[in-house]
Design a protein around this ligand. Structure first.
Ligand code: OFO
Length: 171
């Protein structure tokens, strides 16, 4: 049985993960609106990954006989000034999520919840990847600027990203 403090904190994290999906959906819509369909595709894959993150917390609560309680999802930002600003914002958001995951790990240690720590370690590793990918794209956009062939080439490259469904292990 999951302890009440952890159950509440994980419920809140489901909301953060669903908001992440919603934010990246909004970023995809903006990127489509300025003609960068490849970068929008990259964001669509990110949306699916965020849904999977929410599902992992949902499943963990249910498997340990807890009740999931969903809250309203905040409205995301709708406009940015450039693709660079989008990816800088995505990087900043991922840093915020890493902080949340670290707080959850700290709580699960204080509560001696070893089952949660195992699950959260997957997220600790995932956040290293999420911060790295968004920061790398933001740095590339800083280098190449807002227009020109290099921007279109990066757009094409990012458009090749495909969603990889989780393995049978549940990860
Ligand atoms: Fe982007 O890692 Fe979940 O929120």
């Amino acid at each position: 049985m999951i302890n009440e403090k952890i159950r509440k904190a994980f419920n809140e994290q489901i909301n953060h993960e669903l908001f992440s999906a919603y934010l990246y959906y909004s970023m995809a819509a903006y990127l489509h609106s300025i003609g960068l369909d490849g970068m929008a595709q990259w964001m669509h894959v990110q949306v699916l990954e965020e849904m999977l993150h929410a599902q992992k917390f949902f499943d963990h609560i249910v498997e340990r006989d807890g009740k999931v309680e969903l809250e309203a999802i905040e409205k995301p930002q709708l406009e940015w000034i450039s693709a660079l600003e989008v990816f800088q914002a995505a990087y900043k958001h991922e840093q915020f999520i890493s902080g949340r995951i670290n707080d959850l790990m700290k709580l699960s240690r204080e509560e001696n919840d070893y089952a949660s720590q195992g699950m959260l370690q997957w997220f600790v590793d995932e956040q290293v990847e999420e911060e790295s990918s968004t920061s790398k794209i933001a740095r590339q956009l800083e280098l190449i600027g807002e227009t020109g062939n290099a921007l279109l080439m990066l757009d094409k490259e990012l458009g090749a990203r495909a969603y990889k469904p989780p393995q049978a292990t549940g990860e």
